[in-house]
Design a protein around this ligand. Structure first.
Ligand code: C2E
Ligand code: MG
Ligand code: MG
Ligand code: MG
Length: 290
């Protein structure tokens, strides 16, 4: 078999390139998995914090916590890549627990620096696989208790697929998170297959409009129509809205005019390390609101 493959490969450079490509991909996936396992057990991952901005007032309403990983050999690996590997390998449970604790601890460290609780919270991303496999509510309960921060400062971000997979389990989890006073956000809204009725019947507080609708909205009438529809849906259901992926002032202004509540994107700020995020907030917070 191997000899035959070599013969074919000799005849066709393409086959050889293909074989190499598949092999390299498998090797990379394997090394990501084993390095990630080590990184998690040795605390080598970090969270970066991207500000969430109130579009009418410019105030910082919170931060989204985004996992970051720099490996000495692999270099910077994107979350798109290592979250997928974590989901396939089961490491997502450990990663999810770590993220919940780390985000709660970051809030508690910021409070310590400021001398009292900051009037902002942190959003933590939940993977559907993590929700299926772990007792996420207990994880957050313990993270909150351990850090001493109140539940209303940790927002859970979940995707539509997490609800589709097992609606009953999702409902129980969301109810348990609400018992902890945690706000709940539907991430990447518009890209999945959510049942509109579930928006009404589940305890969801925030819709995050996916970047794919926002980024091209100004030259795409259809996308803009979708955004307007989501905004009016949110208003009718009494949900807050955050627009993802705002990269320009024009977009920020257009969304503000359309009545979108909050925004997030490189135009305002990139995700930053914990200490930098605190300085960013401290340089901008409004005395009267604390
Ligand atoms: P997400 O939850 O939708 O996070 C928003 C992503 O958009 C982040 O990518 C952020 O850096 C990026 N972003 C924000 N503003 C802009 C912008 O103006 N332009 C562009 N082009 N991008 C922008 P990131 O950090 O690479 O994360 C990608 C995804 O990985 C996240 O999408 C989330 O689904 C997942 N992820 C990240 N951290 C975690 C984690 O701790 N746990 C889980 N389960 N998933 C995570
Ligand atoms: Mg998110
Ligand atoms: Mg998102
Ligand atoms: Mg997204």
């Amino acid at each position: 078999k191997a000899q035959a493959a070599v013969k074919i490969a000799k005849r066709s450079g393409k086959v050889e390139i293909y074989r190499n490509g598949v092999l390299k991909e498998a090797q990379r996936r394997f090394s990501i998995e084993s390095r990630l396992r080590t990184a998690l057990s040795q605390g080598e991952l970090t969270l970066a914090y991207q500000p969430l901005i109130h579009l009418q007032t410019g105030e910082i309403t919170g931060f989204e916590a985004l996992a970051r990983w720099h490996d000495p050999d692999l270099g910077h690996v994107s979350p798109a890549e290592f979250i997928a590997v974590a989901e396939e390998s089961g490491l997502i449970t450990a990663l999810g627990r770590w993220a919940a604790y780390e985000a709660a601890q970051a809030l508690s460290r910021w409070d310590g620096k400021f001398g009292k609780p900051l009037p902002v919270g942190v959003n933590v991303n939940l993977s559907p696989i993590q929700m299926a496999r772990d007792d996420v509510a207990s994880v957050f309960e313990e993270a909150l208790r351990y850090s001493g921060v109140s539940g209303n400062r940790l927002t859970a971000e979940l995707t539509e697929s997490a609800i589709i997979v097992d609606p009953d389990k999702a409902r129980k989890l969301l109810v348990a998170l609400k018992d902890l006073h945690m706000p709940i956000a539907m991430d990447d809204f518009g890209t999945g297959y959510s049942n509109l009725a579930s928006l009404h019947s589940l305890p969801i507080d925030i819709l995050k409009i996916d970047r794919s609708f926002i980024s091209t909205m100004l030259d795409d009438k259809d996308k803009q129509a979708i955004v307007r529809t989501i905004l009016s849906l949110a208003e009718s259901l009494n949900l807050s809205v955050t627009a993802e992926g705002i990269e320009t002032q024009e977009l920020a202004h257009a969304l503000q005019t359309m009545g979108c509540g909050n925004g997030q994107g490189f135009y305002f700020a990139r995700p930053m390390p914990e200490a930098e995020a605190f300085d960013y907030w401290r340089a901008r917070w409004n005395f009267e609101t604390v």
